[in-house]
Design a protein around this ligand. Structure first.
Ligand code: ZN
Length: 320
């Protein structure tokens, strides 16, 4: 499943002539989505499955951006020694059970420049083991956890929204500290389809114990069981921004719901990815997830609240 965590803020900055629209049918069967295109899958650890994106994948991502109307042209990014260390450290500090499951669910992790988003995960279409590839824009390796989380949250609202999201204690909000959380979110997508917690784009859509918590199938589309607001949330400018005066009401609704974050409301895939990332981040790693709205009223993470009990139990069961 295509799963862009962010559609990047500088969509208009590119002056390059976009490529001609690719054929969507040929794109869907592109060799980049086959196991054969990812020989790194045979490496024994995830840390050995890191690389600059190979040419076949870069070609696929360029087609993908052209089809989606993004102006960015992804290019392979070779990790510097410092960047490689940061990624290895992020992997090494994950709980053993998370790393074990992630190693089964992820074929390879790649880096590019100009992805047109922060992270992207897609399940390989010919893989009986239902593994995914993950691609990151290398700029995520520079982001600070609280700044990144806050900036992303504020894209839903008009300028000046009184909301902050804290994922790290202030002293740990260093350059590069956002990466482990962004990694956990993308691992959540890979694990979600690997374990069938939600259907992949190749599957016939079917409800699962996880999807039933907050979503129901309407035809082939998952829709929220309970509509919290009339319009789609416009993360990264994908819909018109809500007025800043809506901030208290929006978070009051999220707080009462089984959505672990505002981003989890976007769709069933991101609901799972956020539930997974926040379970690992807050419950297993004991790190903060605090949303501060309207003059510092704190919303504490849903993982400790009764309405998230079932979702938490599902993720915890997968890690057993
Ligand atoms: Zn996502």
């Amino acid at each position: 499943m295509r799963a862009r965590l962010g559609l990047i803020l500088l969509v208009v900055a590119c002056t390059k002539k976009p490529m001609a629209k690719p054929d969507p049918v040929a794109h869907a069967t592109h060799p980049a989505r086959t196991v054969a295109a990812h020989p790194l899958v045979t490496a024994s650890t995830l840390n050995d499955r890191l690389s600059a994106a190979p040419a076949v994948l870069v070609a696929y991502l360029q087609e993908e951006n052209a089809l989606q109307g993004f102006a960015q042209t992804p290019r392979p990014h070779a990790l510097s020694a410092d960047e490689r260390r940061l990624v290895s450290e992020a992997l090494k500090t994950l709980p053993a059970e998370v790393l074990r499951l992630a190693s089964r669910a992820v074929a390879a992790i790649y880096f590019v420049d100009d992805l047109g988003g922060t992270g992207w995960t897609e399940t390989l279409r010919d893989d009986a083991l239902r593994r995914s590839i993950i691609v990151f824009d290398a700029s995520v390796l520079k982001k600070r956890a609280n700044d990144w989380a806050t900036d992303k949250e504020r894209t839903v609202f008009a300028l000046g929204a009184d909301v902050r999201v804290l994922l790290a204690p202030e002293e740990a909000n260093a350059e590069g500290s956002a990466f482990r959380y962004i990694l956990l979110h993308e691992l959540g997508h890979a694990i979600g389809t690997h374990t069938r917690a939600y259907p992949s784009a190749e599957d016939t859509p079917e409800e699962t114990p996880f999807t039933k918590q907050s979503w129901r199938l309407e035809g082939r589309t998952f829709v929220p069981v309970q509509r919290l607001w009339p319009a789609r949330l416009g993360f990264y400018g994908t819909a018109p921004p809500l007025p800043t005066t809506d901030v208290p009401a929006v978070y009051a609704k999220v707080k009462e719901s089984a959505f672990p974050s505002l981003y989890a409301c976007v769709g069933v895939e991101d609901d799972f990815a956020e539930t997974f990332a926040l379970y690992v981040h807050t419950v297993l790693m004991k790190l903060p997830h605090i949303t501060l709205v309207s003059g510092d009223t704190a919303i504490i993470d849903c993982m400790e609240a009764p309405q998230c009990k079932e979702k938490r139990a599902i993720v915890s069961g997968l890690l057993r």
